[in-house]
Design a binder for this molecule. Sequence first.
Ligand code: FES
Length: 103
Amino acid sequence: MPLITTRHKTFELQEGETLLEGLERTGHEVEYQCRSGYCGSCRVKLLSGKVSYQEFPLAFIGPNEILPCCCTVIEPIEIDSAMRMTEPDLFDVDLFDEPIENG
Ligand code: FES
């Protein structure tokens, strides 16, 4: 399966997996709505390599942009996609971790 290189990671797509699913599985920040080429929410910049489409998507895509939900990766590609940022969970922080001093 073709290698996908993003800003932070290189990974291989699994059998039957879309690029969008691969990006989600590997912890990338991805947006989506329709997951079928209509809305354009998932578009990312293609930095190198090629993809194809079984049916040309209805969503607008600019030059060098691809739709990970419906493209077929046909060779190793590099895309401008970053890892999902995780906010620190305030409920996990122990606010009362400081030792209590008596006196
Ligand atoms: S999620 Fe709508 S075009 Fe990809």
